[in-house]
Design a protein around this ligand. Structure first.
Ligand code: PLP
Length: 355
């Protein structure tokens, strides 16, 4: 006989992102290009100096210091973990939990509400307008009445690509400040976008910003992410993270990556240029295209069923993310920016499908 888990976990669906065997994979917002060969060589060298028989530096002091230097903050304002998903989980373990709530603005990154529920945090849902920008008046009213412990703002927003105007971020910050909550700006795609909330971070302000190595740094395989925030937040996160959660090799790899900032920036610039080309080309087709500040573009075929178009793309060995049945995203597909060759294959396929 099976043993029953927690009732709420038993009812949960889990997080799914189908991985099919296709020629062109534009479904998970990864970098289409790996880090440079010199990085791989440097990682190989770093591997040889890992002290395998000892536990790693629990504080990840060197890595945090280097990340801090990159962003012009103090090392004790940086918390690193196994992907920004683990950062978010730690945030909810420390600030969420039974009797507390987290606010999200749908449609947005599914992991925010998913991790909230796993940690026993109730979820309060606000909605975005048709342009997918958060409406400050509604958001302030929601925060004022629900008084969430944590308010998530994903900017650029996954899956819409929307960059929140600075005025929206500061309205939300005022609202959480008035209700003793914390604002978490998920900036997984920050380097692809024109501005960041990082400049708002200091030890007096209840805002944290999360970043990841998965997209910009072309290191989704490494699972590394971090948070920049007040040192009093970082101190609480360290209490809930498992001891030695960041292994020695990962700390070394995270440091090596930071030696290749110029290469990262060149990759990001190329992807942004390619994103703009992709959006322009899609603009000439019978699809709605939303402006994106990320490495993906959200589209909605106008006179066709989204799920059907998705399947016809798969039939042509092109995989994009099928968002067509997600709330508020009726008929939508999310397309990750690939290499120019991959994007051309996608464009040729969708042009044929919609012809
Ligand atoms: C991809 C993504 C992440 C990254 O998660 P990792 O665990 O760092 O790979 C975080 N937030 C958003 C909105 C994302 O799209």
């Amino acid at each position: 006989m099976k043993v029953r888990p927690r009732d709420d976990i038993a009812l949960m669906a889990g997080y799914h992102s189908p991985q099919l065997d296709v020629a062109v994979r534009l479904n998970t917002n990864e970098s289409p290009l790996p880090p440079p060969a010199a990085f791989t060589e440097a990682v190989a060298a770093a591997t040889r100096s890992v002290v395998w028989n000892r536990y790693p530096d629990r504080q990840a002091a060197e890595l945090r210091a280097r990340i801090a230097a990159r962003h012009g903050v103090a090392a004790d304002q940086v918390f690193a973990a196994n992907g920004s998903n683990e950062v978010l989980q730690c945030l909810l373990l420390a600030y969420g939990g039974p009797g507390r709530s987290a606010a999200v603005f749908e449609p947005t990154y599914a992991l925010h509400s998913h991790l909230a529920r796993i940690t026993g945090t109730s979820v309060v849902e606000g909605v975005r307008g048709d342009d997918f920008i958060v409406e400050p008046g509604e958001a302030t009213a929601l925060i004022g009445s629900a008084r969430p412990a944590v308010t998530f703002l994903c900017s650029p927003n996954n899956p819409s690509g929307t960059v929140e105007p600075r005025s929206v971020v500061s309205s939300l910050l005022d609202a959480v400040g008035a209700t003793s909550g914390l604002l978490c700006v998920d900036e997984a795609y920050a380097e692809f976008s024109p501005h960041s909330a990082l400049e708002l971070v200091d030890d007096e302000t209840p805002v944290v910003v999360t970043r990841t190595y998965s997209k910009t740094w072309a290191m989704a395989g490494a699972r590394l992410g971090y948070l920049i925030g007040p040192e009093w937040v970082v101190a609480e996160l360290e209490k809930v993270a498992l001891p030695y959660h960041l292994d020695a090799l990962k700390q070394a790899v995270g440091l090596v990556a930071l030696d290749y900032v110029d290469e990262m920036q060149a990759r990001v610039d190329a992807i942004v240029a390619e994103r703009n080309r992709l959006s322009d080309r899609l603009g000439g087709l019978p699809v709605d295209v939303w402006p994106s500040g990320a490495n993906f573009v959200l589209i909605r075929p106008r006179h066709r069923d989204g799920a059907e178009v998705w399947q016809q793309l798969v039939d042509r060995s092109v995989l994009v993310r099928n968002c067509s049945s997600w709330p508020r995203l009726d008929g939508c597909l999310r397309v990750t920016v690939g290499t120019p060759e991959e994007d051309d294959r996608f464009l040729a396929a969708i042009e044929e499908i919609l012809a």
